[in-house]
Write a protein that binds this ligand. Sequence first.
Ligand code: ATP
Ligand code: MG
Ligand code: FE
Length: 340
Amino acid sequence: KPILAIESSCDETAAAVIAADRSVLSSVVSTQAALHERFGGVVPEIASRAHVERILPVLKEAMDEAGVTGADLSAIAVVTHPGLVGSLLVGVTAAKTLAAVWGLPLVAVDHLRAHLYACRLAFGEDIFPACGLVVSGGHTNWYDCPDPVRSKLIGSTIDDAAGEAFDKVARLLGLPYPGGPSVQQAAMKGDPEAVPLPRPMMNRPDLAVSFSGLKTAVRYAALGNPNSPEAPVPPLDEGRIADLAASFQAAAVDVIVGKCEVALKQTGRPTLLVGGGVAANRALREGLTELCNRRQVRLCIAPMEYCVDNAAMAGLAWEIVERGEFAPLDCDVTPGLVRA
Ligand code: ATP
Ligand code: MG
Ligand code: FE
């Protein structure tokens, strides 16, 4: 019998039905991007209210599409961490209610491990052990993954996440929200070498990265540097925006790919798993492909539809079910990152 999975950690309300062989019978995602657009980022209170309005229709659609009722399910899975507390609570409350009413076991799923598990949905079960990268709106994390549930954090950004940097750069260039896709689109018409930008911490042998300084460098190149106000800045016209977008994207990709090489060396794993919203970026996918070809490592990037938040990736719950590790009905959300 399949499981019903719920994801509401940030600003996507999502539900999916996943069979024991990990085939996705339905995956419904309702994004709130339009609600947050004018703020240039996710507003937590707006997000939780929107989850409340959307969760029941999204659940109904996922179950209708898969052609299942409560009686056809074996468990209810839900993302309990990390994320926005008000957002997580909506999904977890819905999951507990359904589990209680239908008499089904509850499974708690980690959002970041689920981002990596999205790769399993496309590449099959032999992708573990692996080295993992989650590159998303809130995280830029490297993992050593002996198996799908016991991955260990081995490095991360010391400030902004990669997706956050894309969103902030988009905002300062006047490009629409969410920033990742619009920076990628603008970059297509730009020259990645037009604007010299730093690759912070890239040449350090450890797994720390920083995107805050890169973002500031883009700001100064676009709008002028307050420390040298006399230096001329080219007008921020369409061509300049494209060059800045392309140059930023190239710098971000260089840093991420460079650190993936460090992570592969450090873990010695034969496979690289990549998940999270920024994994949808075409330049990053090309950079990672080149790296993995050169190092003779198998590259498994999450399929495009499972990069940004979705509930299909919470099919990770099957691994937890198979270990018999169910969650109690009074389990709580853990908004912050749990370093396990
Ligand atoms: P987290 O997973 O860390 O909790 P999140 O769930 O909000 O954060 P995701 O939904 O995984 O993040 O990803 C959203 C992020 O991905 C946004 O920052 C968005 O700009 C970025 N993104 C989406 N598509 C692209 C793209 N093509 N290029 C670069 N970034 C992208
Ligand atoms: Mg989102
Ligand atoms: Fe996410």
